[in-house]
Design a protein around this ligand. Structure first.
Ligand SMILES: Cc1cc2nc3c(=O)[nH]c(=O)nc-3n(C[C@H](O)[C@H](O)[C@H](O)COP(=O)(O)OP(=O)(O)OC[C@H]3O[C@@H](n4cnc5c(N)ncnc54)[C@H](O)[C@@H]3O)c2cc1C
Length: 319
């Protein structure tokens, strides 16, 4: 009986969101009186060492077919590692890979599956998981009862606390899933070293109101000053001005930044579903009745092509 957190690495370090999820797992596991276990795919001891203090145990799953991250192989490996002492919860931070692995693992274990989670608590002797529903208009909380659950959480849902577990036990567990039927030819990091959109603390997002592809540079310039990432609405992607990987919304990425600056976006529900857990929203729109202002903490009625450069210049001047 434990809470497992599957820790996804990017190169030689874990994603920032790994640490926030481990922080919450520690707190909730302590409330439930059980251990928190960090699970690393691959027996990389240098990586495992980075998790010192983050969980009572670190499990490194070792198997020849784990490299490449095929979802079928990962879910089989995790399911076999779970067998001796099935965990109550298996937690993942949202990513393209975890969206594939988590439901497959839930099916193998016969557990419930929850996507898009934003809250995790221990209440009245059960785990309670929360996620937005009805396009972000409401939150639903689900009690696990005695059942196991595999859950995927939005980045930036929890605060990251310093690792405070005194004794971390690192164990390597050999797993031997069948080889992948998918052959990964190469894994290439995204060019430009931009902050990943889904995990960014600041997102500057532009919509059709940016008028032309070349104007999207204004979003990038503001994002650079704020060390943030650039997002766009679907209208921008449909117009061919930006890649789908930058799209925020129902059929794009879900973001949950501390600050969401949104310019020239009307605020259709399909868009707001992807950003409704942003902490502070600043909207820039020429139309004072644009629905996006309903989501905004601060609103600027004005031309994005003028307001964005002015904002960038003012922030850059502050250093
Ligand atoms: C199944 C489905 C899935 C979808 N998924 C997504 C999704 O993932 N993400 C998404 O974004 N949409 C999605 N959509 C589309 C969504 O419904 C909207 O059509 C889209 O979000 C509109 O994009 P927009 O706000 O950029 O453009 P518009 O709705 O055209 O709004 C442009 C806004 O810019 C303002 N504006 C104009 N000029 C300026 C200026 N100079 N300065 C400032 N403001 C200006 C206008 O007042 C207007 O409010 C989906 C739709 C469907 C049916």
């Amino acid at each position: 009986m434990a809470i497992w957190t599957v820790c996804e690495a990017r190169g030689s370090a874990f994603r920032a969101t790994t640490y926030e999820l481990l922080s919450r797992a520690r707190q909730v596991a302590a409330a439930a009186g059980i251990d928190s276990v960090a699970v690393v795919m691959g027996a990389d001891t240098a990586l495992a060492d980075q998790l010192n203090g983050q969980a009572q145990q670190v499990l490194c799953l070792q198997g020849s077919h784990l490299v490449g991250g095929d979802a079928g192989v990962w879910s089989a490996a995790l399911a076999s590692a779970c067998k001796p002492a099935p965990p109550r919860l298996v937690l993942f931070a949202d990513s393209d890979r975890s969206r594939e692995v988590a439901p497959a693992l839930a099916a193998r274990l016969g557990y419930a599956a929850l996507a898009n989670g934003t809250g995790l608590d221990w209440d009245a002797d059960q785990f309670v998981l929360t996620r937005p529903v009805y396009g972000g208009k409401a939150y639903a909380s689900y009690g696990t009862g005695d059942a196991g659950c595999v859950a995927v959480f939005r980045p930036n849902s929890f605060s990251t606390e310093p690792g405070d577990v005194a004794t971390t036990q690192v164990r390597t567990v050999a797993v031997d899933p069948a080889p992948s039927r998918v052959r990964v030819e190469a894994l290439q990091p995204r060019a430009g070293g931009q902050v990943p959109l889904g995990e960014a603390q600041v997102v500057v997002c532009g919509g059709r109101g940016m008028k032309a592809a070349e104007n999207l540079a204004l979003l990038g310039e503001l994002a650079k000053v704020l060390d943030g990432a650039v997002g766009v609405s679907r209208a921008v992607v449909d117009a061919g001005w930006a890649e789908h990987s930058a799209q925020v919304g129902k059929s794009g990425k879900t973001v949950s930044p501390g600050l969401y600056i949104v310019a020239g976006v009307s605020g259709a529900v399909h868009h707001t579903m992807g950003m409704d857990t942003a902490k502070v929203v600043v909207a820039i729109n020429t139309d004072p009745n644009a629905p996006i202002f309903r989501y905004a903490d601060y609103g600027v009625v004005g031309n994005a092509l003028e307001v964005l450069p002015a904002l960038t210049a003012a922030l850059a001047a502050q250093g």
